[in-house]
Ligand binder design. Structure first.
Ligand code: 1CP
Length: 361
């Protein structure tokens, strides 16, 4: 139940796979499927700034639907067009996109935490995302489920301190090692906003949720355990608790902790997620061995294979499908990270066609 009435679902493959059911073929979607590799997206961006697209429900709906229209019948999910950095914005930080993320005033020392908003009202600050979700869900007309998402606390913490992308995360790690207690308090504060934000997305119409911990693999396993894992577990537990308390559908939750393959076993046992995303640095069969048979896996082709031509794409998809099938259990086909701007949209189509061909049971 949500507070809205939506069209009946015509394709619920993704929802079934996420709940651990066997499906006719692996449902497939691609991280960043609405984005710069699509000419129709670049066209919208010519006249609208990045966060303007996020903040205008009509535009966010349009770009979310672009890949669904272009690859009609081939994609099994849509993901709301937004960015993980809308959460730091809601917490009172300024974020620019040019072309990568830039924080003019990043957090430098723990004293700067006092500059963040004390009580973040997501219904006010992120209402535009909820409205975009409701509009998009209507616009999809039941074609495929709509995924809502947020960034994981550790990944957001890293951006808020680094002030943008970083190769080494030196500043964010300095905080972890020099100010561990202040860091944990900030991570927890971010996690609480994420919980409210994810619950609000389900209320607005999101049918699945994904948490992106893009920088998880930059941490030593013991640092991941200490700083990232507790907040990831807090999010899954609290979101489920709040959804059931408020009489909303307890939707499946996906965690993509990129590069944290060392943590797969623990995440499967104690993380509280229905689906675990994997990147291409682990064999799907090995991932299955680590997570057991209850969890759905998602992934995992190297996005750069999309630059290798049709034969390379077909060979790799075939191998990926064989490995996931050999492992047993349910899975969702995806790339091992987001699709990049230089990919030819027809090569993306070929990837989707190959998944349909080789993942049919
Ligand atoms: O000019 C543009 O249009 C900017 C390109 C772009 C796009 C299309 C950015 C800037 N964000 C997005 C959309 C986006 N970001 C989505 C949309 C839904 C979809 O998948 O189709 C999603 C899910 C994200 C999530 C996101 N943003 C992540 C997590 C996933 C990942 O790739 O690891 C991260 C780390 C970001 C930060 C971000 N936003 C944009 C860029 C270029 C980046 C990464 C910068 C960096 O390298 O640190």
């Amino acid at each position: 139940m949500t507070s809205h009435q939506f069209p009946a679902m015509k394709n619920d493959l993704l929802l079934r796979a996420a709940r651990g059911e066997k499906t006719e073929h692996a449902p497939v979607w691609v991280m960043r499927q609405a984005g710069r590799y699509l000419p129709e997206f670049r066209e919208v961006r010519k006249s609208h700034e990045f966060f303007e697209v996020c903040r205008t429900p009509e535009l966010a709906k349009e770009v979310t639907l672009q890949p669904i229209r272009r690859y009609s019948g081939l994609l099994d999910a849509s993901i709301i067009f937004s960015d993980i950095l809308v959460v730091p914005q809601a917490m009172g930080m300024e974020v620019l996109m040019n072309p990568g993320p830039e924080f003019p005033d990043p957090l430098v020392t723990p004293e700067d935490i006092s500059k963040l908003s004390k009580n973040v009202d997501v219904n006010k600050e992120l209402r535009y995302v909820f409205d975009a979700i409701t509009e998009t869900r209507k616009g999809l007309d039941g074609a495929v489920p709509l995924i809502g998402f947020c960034g994981a606390p550790w990944t957001l913490f890293a951006y808020m301190i680094e002030g943008g992308g970083s190769k080494t995360l030196q500043k964010a790690k300095t905080w972890l090692f020099r100010y561990p207690e202040e860091s944990k308090a900030l991570l927890q504060r971010i996690a609480d906003v994420c919980v409210d934000y994810l619950v609000g997305q389900v209320k607005a119409g999101a049918q699945l949720l994904q948490v992106f911990d893009s920088w998880a693999g930059e941490l030593a396993p013991h640092d991941f355990d200490e700083f990232s894992f507790p907040t990831l577990q807090h999010i899954s537990t609290q979101v489920r608790h709040r959804l059931s308390e408020e009489g909303l559908t307890v939707v499946p939750i996906i965690l993509f902790a990129k590069g944290a393959n060392f943590a797969l076993s623990k995440l499967a046992k104690e993380g509280g997620y229905d689906v675990l995303g994997i990147d291409w640095c682990i064999d799907p069969l090995e991932a299955r061995r680590l997570v057991g048979d209850k969890i759905t896996l998602q992934g995992n082709m190297d996005p750069n294979v999309l630059y290798g031509g049709r034969d390379a794409i077909e060979r790799t998809v075939k191998k990926m499908c064989e490995a996931f099938r050999a492992g047993g259990g349910s899975w969702i086909a995806n790339l091992g990270h987001g699709i990049t701007p230089g990919v030819d949209p027809e090569d993306m189509r070929w990837f989707l066609e190959c998944v349909h061909k080789y993942s049919t049971q």
